[in-house]
Design a protein around this ligand. Structure first.
Ligand code: PGA
Length: 253
């Protein structure tokens, strides 16, 4: 069953910290704070320019916060999946709501980015979730469904085995706000995600999928999402910038 498998905790540092020295210190605090657990994978997603200096070890792996969908060419300012791989990333956050909001990233772009990641052996962490307005209009299921289906358009089940593809349910209203959904709401979202995956592919693919929760995760509420909502992992933003708080979350597993 999905709950039994290895948990994954992802740190999304976003556009922080301001210098590599600070990033190094943050990493040191995290490394010294975490106890080893075989049942756990930690993935740090720093600003891309810090990736080559981050030196992953058996305790943690590296991810990039975004990629472009073409492998190379005249795309000023973008980073391709092959470049991300060479920088040291093994995971790629794709479709984060901040990119959808501030950079007008569409479902179609998200789909192209997922394909580029899979083609280049980067494990996508697909972010989906509704706005507060959509939640208040009871549109959560509709949004989850349409974002997930669009993101996986023309992608076969063989391309998204459980070890290579992750879905993060991140309600936009919970990101960086201190507000969180109840464990029941998160569990319903995860059930819906599995149902959609079962419809697109099959039951086994749905059961094996790792689903993460993200949005104002802290050391205080992390267990609620992991144990009570049965999530397979967490995507941690703000709290991952505090090394001891992030270690506290990790050590709950
Ligand atoms: P937050 O961010 O933990 O600061 O809410 C989560 C995310 O954006 O992935």
């Amino acid at each position: 069953m999905p709950n039994q498998k290895q948990k994954i905790i992802i740190a999304n540092w976003k556009m922080n910290p301001a210098s590599f020295i600070e990033a190094e210190n943050l990493l040191k605090t995290i490394k010294s704070g975490i106890k080893k657990s075989d049942n756990l994978k930690i993935v740090i997603c720093p600003p891309a320019v810090y990736l080559p200096k981050m030196k992953p070890n058996s305790n943690f792996d590296l991810g990039i916060q975004n990629i472009f969908w073409e492998d190379k060419g005249a795309y000023t300012g973008e980073i391709s999946a092959p470049i991300a791989k060479k920088l040291g990333a093994n995971y790629a956050i794709i479709g984060h709501s901040e990119r959808r909001i501030y950079l007008n990233e569409t479902d179609e772009m998200v789909n192209k980015k997922i394909k580029a990641a899979l083609k280049n052996n980067l494990k996508p962490i697909l972010c989906i979730g509704e706005t507060l307005e959509e939640k208040n209009q009871d549109k959560t299921s509709e949004i989850i469904s349409s974002q997930l289906k669009s993101a996986l358009k023309n992608i076969s089940k063989f391309q998204v085995p459980s070890s290579k593809f992750y879905v993060a349910y991140e309600p936009i209203w919970a990101i960086g706000t201190g507000e969180t959904p109840t464990s029941n709401e998160v569990m319903s979202a995860a059930l819906l995600i599995r149902k959609i995956i079962a419809g697109l592919y099959d039951r086994q693919t749905a059961d094996n999928l790792s689903i993460l929760y993200g949005g104002s995760v802290t050391g205080k509420n992390a267990l609620d999402f992991l144990d009570n909502a049965g999530m397979n992992g967490l995507l941690v933003g703000g709290a991952s910038l505090n090394g001891s708080e992030f270690a506290r979350i990790v050590n709950l597993i």
